[in-house]
Design a protein. Structure first.
Length: 194
């Protein structure tokens, strides 16, 4: 498949950059630097150690440490729409709270009814703050294990400000955008069994 079938390139330089794996925009022949943007991305696997702890993948650990102001805390919860867990820092938990506050204020300004208690419940009631050591190791709460089916292997997928935490086999049962990870999961599972 032609990689440009869905990407519009306005210049030869952009097209060449895209082909080199660098689709960033160009200005006056120089690549614009992206600064101040910190997001979680990518997918990685963790195998539980002898104590049953998982480790946040190195590529994601620094973001989560900074998102918890270096406190060594990780927030974990069961996802409300998918059979996986969610993991994020304390700052993201604060953002969830702030979203409810803003929505409640906006509803009040419009004269609309808004059930802030239900919104807090959905976003915060099941969140567990767990300790995470300097090596990124943590115990996955029983509630998340039960919801996701995670036993001895966890797959972490970065989605901007948080991670989804999956039992790899469960990803294979999902359709839509999850299908993009099917090959990655199969290769990992084959490598474990072979």
């Amino acid at each position: 498949m032609d990689p440009f079938s869905k990407v519009r390139c306005n210049s030869t330089a952009r097209k060449a950059a895209f082909e080199r794996g660098n689709p960033l925009p160009f200005e006056q022949g120089r690549r614009r630097a992206v600064t101040g943007v910190k997001i979680l991305s990518g997918t990685a696997f963790s195998i539980a150690d002898g104590k049953g702890r998982f480790a946040i993948p190195v590529s994601m650990r620094q973001f989560l440490r900074e998102d918890s102001a270096g406190e060594g805390k990780l927030c974990l919860a069961a996802h409300d729409r998918h059979p996986c867990g969610l993991a994020y820092g304390l700052n993201h938990k604060q953002r969830l709270y702030d979203e409810v506050e803003r929505a409640a204020a906006a509803a009040e300004a419009r004269g609309d009814a808004y059930d802030a208690e239900a919104a807090y419940f959905t976003r915060l009631a099941q969140v567990e703050d767990v300790n995470c050591d300097d090596a990124g190791r943590f115990f996955l709460p029983r509630s998340v294990r039960d919801h996701s089916g995670i036993e001895d292997v966890a797959m972490f997928s970065g989605l901007g400000k948080y991670l989804q935490v999956w039992k790899p086999e469960r990803v294979l049962e999902q359709e839509g955008p999850f299908a993009l990870l099917h090959d990655t999961v199969r290769r990992f599972l084959e490598g474990r069994s072979g």
